[in-house]
Design a protein around this ligand. Structure first.
Ligand SMILES: Cc1cc2nc3c(=O)[nH]c(=O)nc-3n(C[C@H](O)[C@H](O)[C@H](O)COP(=O)(O)OP(=O)(O)OC[C@H]3O[C@@H](n4cnc5c(N)ncnc54)[C@H](O)[C@@H]3O)c2cc1C
Length: 378
């Protein structure tokens, strides 16, 4: 018998849907609540490292994910200026093991659609337009969940996978919150020139990093990482203009990106954040996972991967054990916290070296060390 029979999950991002799939497959009754009116179809692309791909396989979603994205090995470093010369070709560590590519890129909307489809087919009940506003966790063996201020019933467990500004985190009294790291990012979703076959980064020039990652035969996402500024009210027109102007120092495939921007490709802006909630991530029968528990700049593209691993480890324990007890929580935190913390610290450090202009730092060594760690099972 599983440790839980009826679970509420707040949030239909990667962490929430991964947890929903695993629990529903094990015969647990799962309700997922998401405040959004519907699944996001907007958004840019995402890079998924081998350890994330390994989780998709455990969910049973790997074949669909593989077909919807663009997998590649290695990373090219290019220089600003004429011809955008490739100055280094770095090998990747296969952090998911030899059975998976080192990394792949895919449109975020496709990832969301595939995970939702798997969750629903496994039997999870997913409700959009359902904002979780309260929890009553006073009972030892149950938690009452409130959606739009009305009781949605009692559950054996509530999983708060409700992202950076988690309501569940607030409701259970955890004070830790995301903080800006000092970097902001412009992103756009554009067509892929044939010469782009892997992720490429340009260091130097007017921004900290200019880069792009292929997400499909015809698509890729491109980004400029710069000093954080208050750019949140920028109009669509100005957003596109800023990306066009700030990318002029970058030649090569950036010419094609600029042509797409000039033709109307949308640009969006956000800040990088950092936080890690110290153990425990649960208060009684309410637990937070994914960005609710930790966030970091995407300097090693591990944010979603860590949320997926949180979901996988938590659900493995809930399915294999027969009680929600301290032993379960100790094992969960022992397996998740040091790993997520190492990712957050390394990701923040890499960003800080850029901000400080530290060119002597061993960025390659730090990235390689983290990738080796991620290659171990979660
Ligand atoms: C610029 C940028 C680039 C990134 N690039 C990468 C990358 O390349 N690779 C990578 O691995 N990671 C990347 N990340 C990190 C990654 O996007 C996140 O770690 C991941 O998407 C978080 O997933 P999640 O499921 O925890 O939360 P989310 O995806 O944020 O989902 C939370 C959900 O909860 C819902 N919700 C919130 N409050 C409530 C409520 N009260 N009631 C009901 N629903 C609620 C929201 O509507 C949302 O759907 C990047 C992050 C940023 C900022």
């Amino acid at each position: 018998m599983t440790a839980v029979q009826k679970v509420a999950i707040v949030g239909s991002g990667v962490a929430g849907l991964a947890a929903a799939i695993q629990l529903a497959k094990a015969g647990v009754a799962v309700d997922v609540f998401d405040a959004k009116p519907e699944l996001s179809t907007a958004g840019s692309g995402i890079s998924l490292q081998g350890n994330a791909l390994r989780v998709f396989d455990a969910l049973g979603a790997w074949d669909d994910i593989r077909a919807a994205g663009f997998h590649f090995e290695g990373l090219n470093l290019r220089a600003p200026g004429p011809g955008a010369p490739v100055v280094a070709q770095l090998p990747d560590v296969k952090s998911g093991g030899p059975d998976y590519p080192a990394a792949m890129g895919m449109p975020r909307a496709d990832l969301a659609r595939i995970l939702l489809d798997h969750a629903q087919r496994a039997g999870a009940n997913v409700r959009f337009g359902a904002k979780v506003t309260g929890v009553d966790a006073r009972a030892d063996d149950a938690v009452e969940v409130f959606v739009d201020d009305e009781s949605a019933g009692e559950y054996d467990l509530l999983i708060g996978a409700d992202g950076l500004n988690s309501t569940v985190r607030d409701l259970i009294g955890i004070q830790t919150k995301p903080e800006p790291t000092g970097m902001g990012i412009w992103r756009t979703f554009v067509s892929r020139p044939a010469e782009v076959e892997r992720a490429e980064l340009y260091y130097g020039g007017p921004v900290y990093i200019a880069g792009y990652t292929p997400t499909g035969e015809d698509s890729m996402y491109a980004y400029l990482v710069e000093k954080a500024e208050d750019r949140f009210g920028t109009s669509d027109e100005d957003a596109t203009r800023i990306m066009l102007e700030e990318s002029r120092a970058y030649d090569g495939p950036w010419n094609s990106i600029r042509a797409d921007l000039a033709a109307g490709a949308h640009a969006n802006y956000t800040w990088f954040t950092k936080h890690i909630v110290d153990a425990p991530w649960n208060r009684g029968r309410v637990v937070i996972i994914g960005d609710a528990a930790h966030s970091c700049p995407p300097t090693i593209a591990q944010g979603a991967a860590q949320g997926l691993e949180d979901a996988l480890v938590l659900t493995e324990l809930l399915v294999q054990r027969d009680a929600v007890d301290q032993e379960l929580w100790d094992e969960f935190h022992g397996r998740r916290l040091p790993r997520a913390q190492a990712v957050v610290e390394a990701s923040v450090q890499l960003g800080q070296w850029q901000i400080d202009g530290n060119r002597d730092a061993d960025a390659g060594g730090l990235i390689f060390g983290i990738a080796q760690k991620m290659a171990e099972p979660a």
